[in-house]
Design a protein around this ligand. Structure first.
Ligand code: UDP
Length: 328
């Protein structure tokens, strides 16, 4: 039986990855410090004999007894509101945390896949974004803490690959959604769905002409799984190329949820990328992968999930906006 360590295991993507690797017959060790993760996302695995959980902050030395075959490094705040609130931790987990895990991978001779992001492209001047594009990032802007941590993470991972011959994989994840997203994480899908459920107006930032392309979690996990088992070491985009403006998306959510509320407009956060769409030609060619779940279907399942949460969760999640980081 192979063993995989998943960091950020209590998070949205981390917990789905734990499920996938358990279902594929792996031993899974989950690690999280719960800074943004939630114990509830792993509750269903607590009795599973193939699952072990270690509460740990990976910016401190990471110690694992026994053999490790794979490491999936998914620990990081991942929503703009989170990394504005905890900027230093965001930088530390992408840099010091990644360094510790690369060291662990080297000691255990394990293959490591690190979670990178479409944010390495910043506010992109190339559209759709291909892996060759170097990006357009403001190093000192409010999003810089995340973007640069992830860019450093890619660099140090390639250095370990080139210098130590470590087996490494890099996935550049584009906007992904589905059950277990945190209702109060500030990202647009939980934000709009939470607002619809609480009977509040939907807050579109800016004029809503900025675009995103949303990938259902099951598709994302499939792409990551295939990439890990492939022999490709350079970054690969995984996301859904179906692009939509945020305003049209708000209208879709109003229809889906049946809310009587309207759209209201708020200021656009600083450095909010104006357009984002993955070019997934490489993943198609290399991994024979493409997304299967269309937005209507994925959004329905996701809304059912948010609707099933308790009243208390819903009230706790009331909408936050960016206060100090609004374009003047
Ligand atoms: N957004 C919005 N209203 C909200 C939350 C987000 O209009 O209540 C916009 C945000 O400005 C961005 C897009 O939705 O243009 C996606 O934001 P998200 O925070 O989900 O992630 P990002 O793709 O920017 O990392």
């Amino acid at each position: 039986m192979k063993t995989v360590l998943v960091t950020g295991a209590a998070g949205f993507l981390g917990s789905h990855l734990c499920d996938r690797f358990i279902s594929e017959g792996f031993n899974v060790i989950g690690m999280d410090n719960f800074i943004t993760g939630d114990k509830k996302n792993l509750a269903h695995l607590s009795e599973n004999p193939n699952f072990e959980f270690i509460e740990h902050d990976i910016t401190e030395y990471v110690k694992i007894d026994g053999e490790l075959d794979y490491i999936l490094h998914f620990a990081s705040p991942a929503s703009p509101i989170d990394y504005l609130k905890i900027p230093i931790q965001t930088l530390k987990v992408g840099s010091l945390g990644t360094h510790n895990l690369l060291g662990l991978a080297k000691a255990k001779r394990a293959r490591i896949l690190i979670a990178s992001t479409s944010e390495v492209y910043g506010d992109p001047l190339v559209h759709p974004q291909t892996e060759e594009y170097y990006g357009n990032v403001n190093t000192i802007g409010p999003r810089g803490v995340y973007d640069e941590a992830k860019r450093f993470q890619e660099s140090i991972t390639m250095a370990y690959h080139r210098f130590h011959g470590l087996e490494t994989r890099i996935v550049r994840i584009f906007n992904t959604y589905g059950p277990r997203m945190r209702l109060n994480d500030g990202r647009v899908i939980p934000a709009f769905m939470g607002q619809a459920l609480r009977g509040e107006d939907l807050t579109v930032f800016g004029d809503g002409s900025q675009t995103r392309s949303f990938c259902y979690v099951e598709d994302q996990v499939e792409g990551i799984y295939r990439l890990l088992l492939s022999n490709y070491t350079e970054p690969v985009n995984i996301g859904n190329p179906h692009e939509i403006t945020i305003k049209d998306f708000a209208e879709e959510i109003i229809k889906l949820t049946g809310t009587n509320q309207k759209i209201i407009y708020k200021d656009l956060p600083v450095n909010d990328p104006l357009q984002r769409q993955p070019d997934i030609s490489l993943a198609k060619r290399l991994l024979k992968w493409e997304p299967k779940v269309d937005r209507a279907e994925g959004m329905k399942v996701t809304f059912e999930y948010f609707r099933s949460l308790s009243e208390e969760d819903l009230l706790k999640s009331e909408h936050k906006d960016f206060k100090n980081h609004i374009k003047k």
